[in-house]
Write a protein that binds this ligand. Structure first.
Ligand code: SF4
Length: 244
């Protein structure tokens, strides 16, 4: 794992300002090779990135975090992507001892009871598997867009990921709109989660995701019982960047 200097991150953002996601991904694949990986959440943006990566001569390793609490439609999306593109997808599960301790100690629906318990559940089912999946990586790709949530405003294409040892985090769709994302899915007939057609613009675990009403914020259906500034599972937290 190589710590990426902050000034290089700033240079990359300047160099790729206005560049296409394809240009960003081509640069990433050529630069990092086997040390590049894509965290595929199977959301709408992630199936777009999946499609774009499939067109590279040597796509990076792709992984998926199975929390054990997902919708059947999410598994159907994974199956459809595997069939369409024939790319391997590594699935990471939580440590079963940690899940057993948590559920036995706090119950199957503990995440509704307090922010602390919800964050503990996310830590066990998402953060620990993510850390394992990123082991050995120097850079990882996400499908994040800046207008998805208040917590993602100002998102840049390249970020320093201090939560994972200062590796590079690459968000090729950072400045895309939801309309651009849908346009790509439709134009290229990319398989997507059918829950998106049922009022679910953002999809996570089944007990923590619900459909939204027209006009509601697109993240309103995620952890709807919490205030907007808490609506992250910790996969994409920002830790203050250090100048190096
Ligand atoms: S989104 Fe909900 S069920 Fe999924 S890991 Fe977080 S708290 Fe647990």
């Amino acid at each position: 794992m190589t710590r990426f200097p902050l000034y290089e991150v700033m240079e990359l953002n300047a160099r790729f300002k206005g560049a296409s996601p394809e240009a960003v991904l081509t640069y990433a694949a050529e630069t990092f090779g086997e040390r590049l990986t894509f965290a595929c959440s199977l959301g709408l943006e992630d199936v777009v990135v999946f499609d774009l990566l499939s067109k590279l001569p040597e796509p990076p390793r792709i992984f998926f975090l199975d929390t054990g609490r997902l919708h059947q439609e999410t598994y159907d999306t994974l199956a459809a992507l595997r069939e369409r593109y024939g790319l391997p997808v590594e699935t990471y599960f939580p440590r079963h001892e940690a899940v057993e301790d948590f559920v036995n100690g706090y119950g199957p629906n503990a995440f509704y009871e307090s922010l602390e318990l919800r964050k503990s559940c996310c830590a066990i089912r998402k953060l620990e598997p993510l850390a394992r999946a990123l082991t050995g990586a120097d850079a990882w790709i996400t499908g994040l867009r800046s207008d998805q949530a208040a917590t993602r405003a100002g998102l840049e294409r390249f970020e320093l990921d201090n939560a994972h040892g200062g590796i590079l985090k690459i968000n090729p769709l950072a400045d895309w709109s939801l309309e651009q994302t849908w346009a790509h899915v439709r134009a290229h007939q990319v398989p997507y989660n059918k829950l998106h057609d049922q009022g679910f613009p953002s999809i996570g675990c089944a007990p923590c995701t619900r459909a939204i009403a027209p006009g509601e914020d697109i993240r309103a259906g995620r952890w709807w019982w919490e205030s907007p500034e808490h609506k992250e599972c910790g996969l994409h937290v920002k830790i203050a960047q250090e100048t190096r």
